[in-house]
Design a protein around this ligand. Structure first.
Ligand SMILES: [Fe+2]
Ligand SMILES: [Fe+2]
Length: 177
């Protein structure tokens, strides 16, 4: 069987010199860039809302297991913020504008901002577990949609999703499930 992979380097060199201001985005980019930026901005909003929820819960947790649960929430919060920043960095690489406008975060986010009225630990754990499961399901669909067309964004989403799965696992452990 012959190898039919032929790189037209002359054409690629020619194209690379055009639209230099687009930085890493070349004609080989396989996705609708604006759509990817839009989806990543939804991811940023989701991560910021998760960061806010975990931060709030870490501060207001009460009950016998307070210290352990609060420490876990604080750790998750840090990672959610890191996810938001990594998604924002990618938006910027793609030539888009990362959206951090607080007025738009809640409507873009895949998950809700919730705070149990009585600061009940079990309810907090359940709220966060539900949020993580929503995030895992939506990111899985984003990863599938990206496919082979934007491997860098896909790898970013895969690495974020891996941490969301760890979060969900931690929460199940704390719930004693
Ligand atoms: Fe996250
Ligand atoms: Fe998470």
């Amino acid at each position: 069987m012959s190898d039919d992979f032929v790189l037209d380097v002359t054409r690629i060199r020619e194209q690379a010199r055009q639209k230099m201001a687009e930085g890493p985005v070349t004609d080989a980019y396989g996705k609708d860039r604006e759509r990817v930026v839009e989806i990543l901005n939804d991811v940023i909003a989701t991560e910021v809302v998760c960061w806010l929820r975990y931060t709030r819960h870490a501060i207001s947790a009460v009950g016998v297991d307070r210290a352990q649960v609060s420490a876990e929430f604080t750790e998750h919060a840090k990672e959610e913020l890191d996810h938001a920043l990594r998604a924002a960095e990618r938006v910027s690489q793609l030539g888009g504008e990362p959206e951090f406008d607080p007025a738009k975060l809640a409507e873009r986010s895949h998950t809700d901002y919730t705070t149990p009225a009585d600061h009940d630990l079990q309810q907090m754990l359940r709220d966060n577990l539900e949020a993580e499961r929503i995030v895992i399901a939506t990111y899985q669909e984003i990863i599938r949609w990206l496919g082979e067309d934007d491997p860098t964004t896909r790898r970013l989403m895969e690495s974020i999703m891996e941490e969301e799965e760890e979060h969900a696992d931690d929460l199940v452990d704390l719930l004693g499930g």
